[in-house]
Structure formats: structure tokens, C-alpha cells
Ligand binder design. Structure first.
Ligand code: AR6
Length: 166
């Protein structure tokens, strides 16, 4: 099951694990990382410290601390035009995040549009990679998967890309 909503990744109360569009040091930052760390509180950065640094395409899992979610899966997306091959690295984020969630027996995961903010990945290209990766894997997973988009425009792009894959 894959669904799309417009909203804030830090306010997904009915979801067991939220995905962070992290930085390599797993520190707070702007965008998604800022929103999640602010709500989680300092315990999240403390738990992250020994797990850092991570490389593009890599993910690690922590507890949710002050977030309404049991877990945070921190993924480092590629910086567009810098970390290559960016399409493979972005696909790897989604694949690894779902593999980690599956290993932990997690039943619901919410993703932001990784790399499409500060890291500059064009939204439509990123959505095509994200959704084709998730659709391929979802056949083998018993998991609810939600994409949380920050604008009406990004929501529309994701829904359109999803329709083109079905
Ligand atoms: N909820 C859902 N989506 C959001 C939110 C939110 N609260 N805030 C922003 N977005 P970004 P990246 C959207 O920059 O490109 C950080 O500073 C945003 O509109 O969070 O992977 C880290 O520290 C965009 O579409 O992640 C890293 O250094 C998407 O989420 C770096 O930025 C991703 O934007 C990571 O850059």
C-alpha cells in the first residue's frame, strides 16, 4: 500500500518509522532533518553520534525519541550533480530504508522526497527513482508506505509519476 499526503514529516502520528533526509554527520540541519531533530529533542542527536558519518546511499536506524514514531531511519541522499551515479545512490536510499524497516518488523514507513531540497535533485526525476524502487519492493513487503510531500506541486508530481508506473 503506497499513499501520498501533503504535510510535515515530523507529524506523522500513525506511522511507526519516519525517514530522515539526513546529512553525513547525522546532525540537525534545515528541511526534514531540522523538523525531525527539533521535535525529537537532543536524545536523537546523541543516539546518532556513534553511527556517523554515513555515505551517500547509506541508511541507519534509531529510536524516535520525542517524535510520535518508534523509529527514525536516517538516509543520506546524493547531492545532485556531485555524488554519482546519483540515480543509483538515490534508489539505494529507498531500498535500504525499506530493508532496515523489514528487518525490524516495522509495519509502516513515511518518506520525505529525499535529496529534492538542499541537495538539489529535480523533483520529477527523484520521484521516478523513488517510486519505481518502492513499487518494485512493495510486492515483497507487508508494509504501509507513505510519501509526505511539502507542497501541493510536489504532491501532484508524485501522484502523476505513480499513475504512470501503474
Ligand atoms: N516535512 C516534509 N518534507 C519537508 C519538510 C518537512 N518538515 N521540510 C522540507 N521538506 P531537505 P535533502 C521537503 O533539504 O535535499 C538538510 O539541511 C523539501 O521541500 O530536507 O535530502 C540536511 O541537514 C524537499 O522537497 O533534504 C542535509 O544537509 C525535501 O523535503 C540536507 O539538508 C527534502 O529536502 C539534505 O538535503
Amino acid at each position: 500500500m503506497i499513499e501520498f499526503v501533503k504535510g510535515d514529516i515530523a507529524s506523522q502520528k500513525d506511522i511507526q518509522a519516519v525517514v530522515n533526509a539526513a546529512n553525513a554527520q547525522l546532525r540537525t540541519g534545515g528541511g526534514v532533518a531540522g523538523a525531525l531533530h527539533r521535535k525529537a529533542g537532543p536524545g536523537l542527536e546523541k543516539e546518532c553520534r556513534p553511527l556517523a558519518p554515513i555515505s551517500p546511499g547509506e541508511c541507519v536506524i534509531t529510536r524516535g525519541h520525542g517524535l510520535p514514531n518508534d523509529y527514525v531511519i536516517h538516509c543520506l541522499g546524493p547531492i545532485y550533480g556531485v555524488d554519482e551515479p546519483s540515480d543509483e545512490l538515490l534508489a539505494r536510499c529507498y531500498k535500504k530504508a525499506l530493508e532496515l524497516a523489514d528487518e525490524e518488523g516495522i509495519s509502516s514507513v513515511a518518506f520525505p522526497a529525499i535529496s529534492t531540497g538542499a541537495f538539489g535533485y529535480p523533483v520529477k526525476e527523484a520521484a521516478e527513482i523513488a517510486l519505481s524502487t518502492v513499487v518494485d519492493m512493495s510486492d515483497h513487503l507487508d508494509m504501509k508506505i507513505r510519501f509526505v510531500l511539502h507542497s501541493d506541486k510536489d504532491l501532484k508530481v508524485h501522484r502523476r509519476v505513480m499513475d504512470s508506473l501503474l
